[in-house]
Design a protein around this ligand. Structure first.
Ligand SMILES: Cc1ncc(COP(=O)(O)O)c(CN[C@@H]2CONC2=O)c1O
Length: 474
């Protein structure tokens, strides 16, 4: 029989080649163990509600009423829902094309795009045009749409930080482009050295690659570093000199756990740089409802904002996003609520602030508990999680452990993470899934397990690690 189109052997080679570690070998093994009845702590994915975080009340009240508009006609609705949630629900229903069940404009609901533009203006102090803001099914879809527009073939290179979030390596691979790594400096708190950028671009060009764009993830995933204004200015000048599009992945902009480097957007720095840079550098910025203190990952809400992108290109991107008809409409309402939350004086303001502050302050404490726990182990060094929601400790593995990994046919940090999982139920992602320097090993975990469980989890990790080292250390 001739091969059919969906027989494995005849699949698109790019599909077979692509890797995505966040749900890779460790996650699959953890799922097997869970089926066998083992208690697993799935701290491999930045999925706050899966680890017990409660959703913020106000957004759920508004979207519940939008999903069930008949409740608005119930005379008792005011007994269950606050007046500001009722009025916001009525507002959103009035700007949809027929409620949550109707497709919206392919770029998203104009009224929500306007709320995003107002949020950006308030955050950065510069005007933002709703026409250049597209709502997407999570930031992932936006990243994929923009990379799809940029990558013409394997000769096109995208500068990506290493360690990186594998959405980028996977998408570049799937679209047949070339990933051009630039290494973050672990000993400089995962700092970004522009000299590394220059070397990476020169190396790529020597290999015949046309470097077209650069990705920054700020705050970083998995590394957690926050870029300073000076860093961002250096990067924007570099993109200007090298004519690179800058993709600013800023999904963790609400997740900041130190006061020295508050979040500043790439767009704000760009707008402040004056001509010609502020008008020449092409920037696309990404945000989501999946992170921050919202953690509404399953809703699939995101946006990207285009800066200095030519109108004809914007039209082409609009054409392509139209193929998928409409972004997720309930998620667009979550996005509107995220960028335009209850204000002082609103009935729900106090509760909203109490809930969101509570989550952020707990995340900051958990970041310290986890970092300190890792650094209490003799062979582990861990930079503090300045932002985002991950911890990325370096695990120094003795030669006999590396040999044992080789005998088992595993990359050393996969070997270590599998042993950790089997012994403790802690499901992590090996550093090799994010990229790391040769001969250096890491694992990524989230800082999301419940705060009251965190000390016991770190004790369990330390016990495993010390036993592992006793077994393999000379
Ligand atoms: C840097 C970064 N960009 C984009 C996304 C995608 O977000 P959306 O949910 O909006 O598509 C993620 C998700 N973080 C993944 C998911 O959980 N753990 C991770 O590392 C991310 O870490």
């Amino acid at each position: 029989m001739p091969l059919k189109a969906l027989d494995y052997e005849s699949l698109n080679e790019k599909v077979k080649k692509v890797q995505y570690a966040v749900r890779g070998e460790l996650y699959l093994r953890a799922s097997e163990l869970q089926k066998e009845g083992k208690k697993i702590i799935f701290t491999n994915v930045g999925n706050p509600h899966a680890l017990g975080q409660k959703p913020l009340t106000f957004p759920r009240q508004v979207v519940a009423l939008c999903q069930a508009p008949f409740l608005l006609d119930d005379p008792n609705v005011g007994l269950l829902f606050p007046a500001d949630a009722i009025s916001r629900a009525k507002h959103y229903l009035s700007i949809t094309s027929g409620g949550l069940g109707a497709y919206s404009d392919s770029r998203g609901i104009p009224g929500v795009r306007k709320e995003v533009a107002e949020f950006i203006e308030k955050r950065d102090g510069y005007p933002s045009d709703p026409e250049l803001i597209y709502l997407t099914d999570g930031a992932s879809k936006g990243v994929m749409q923009i990379l799809n527009a940029i990558i013409r073939g394997e000769g096109d290179g995208i500068l990506v930080p290493v360690p990186q979030y594998p959405l980028y390596s996977a998408t570049i691979s799937l679209f047949g482009g070339s990933l051009v790594p630039y290494y973050l400096e672990e000993t400089a708190n995962w700092g970004l050295d522009v000299n590394n950028l220059r070397q990476s671009v020169a190396q790529a060009r020597a290999n015949g690659i046309t470097v077209r764009a650069m990705v920054i993830i700020n705050p970083g995933n998995p590394t957690g570093q926050c870029l300073s204004e000076a860093n961002l200015r250096e990067i924007l000048n570099f993109c200007y000199r090298e004519s690179l599009v800058l993709l600013g992945d800023e999904v963790y902009q609400q997740n900041i756990y130190q006061d020295e480097r508050p979040f500043i957007s790439a767009r704000k720095v760009l707008m402040g740089m004056g001509l010609p840079v502020s008008k020449e550098v092409q920037l696309v910025s990404f945000h989501t409802v999946s992170k921050g203190y919202w953690g509404e990952c399953g809703q699939r809400g995101g946006y990207f904002e285009m800066t200095n992108i030519p109108p004809k290109t914007v039209d082409e991107i609009y054409k392509v996003v139209s193929i998928a008809l409409s972004p997720n409409v309930p998620a667009q309402i979550f996005m509107g609520l995220m960028v335009n939350p209850p204000k002082p004086g609103d009935i729900s303001y106090e509760q909203f602030i109490r809930e969101s502050k509570g989550i952020l302050e707990s995340l900051r404490r958990r970041a310290h508990i986890m970092t300190d726990g890792f650094n209490s182990c003799r062979n582990v060094v861990c930079n503090f999680t300045e932002g985002a929601m991950y911890s990325f400790p370096q695990i120094r593995l003795p030669p006999r452990a590396i040999e044992a990994a080789k005998r088992a046919g595993k990359v050393p940090d996969v070997f270590y993470c599998l042993k950790l999982l089997e012994a403790t139920g802690i499901s992590t992602v090996p550093g090799s899934g994010f990229g790391q320097k040769e001969g250096v090993f890491h694992l990524r975990t989230t800082i999301l397990p419940a705060e009251e469980d965190m000390p016991a989890i770190m004790d369990s990790f330390k016990k495993f690690n010390d036993e592992f080292m006793d077994q393999y250390e000379d």
